[in-house]
Design a binder for this molecule. Structure first.
Ligand code: SF4
Ligand code: SF4
Length: 59
């Protein structure tokens, strides 16, 4: 299981420092989560627009 960031991301950057393995990076136009994401879920709580979702739910 892994998470990804959907289109509602506002690129606020709040999630960036929360990921313990640096799986999040600034993208254009929205932030992206790479394949190393492994469910620490530290990033989920800080996203003001709930743009971080389980990969399965994003399909
Ligand atoms: S779920 Fe965990 S590993 Fe994946 S991007 Fe968020 S904090 Fe990083
Ligand atoms: S906290 Fe949410 S809105 Fe902000 S950059 Fe991360 S995914 Fe995008």
């Amino acid at each position: 299981m892994a998470y990804r960031i959907i289109e509602t991301c506002t690129a606020c950057g709040l999630c960036l420092p929360e990921c313990p393995i640096d799986a999040i990076s600034p993208g254009d136009p929205i932030f992206v989560i790479d394949d190393t994401c492994c469910d620490f879920e530290d990033c989920l709580a800080v996203c003001p627009v709930n743009a971080i979702v389980l990969l399965d739910e994003a399909k």
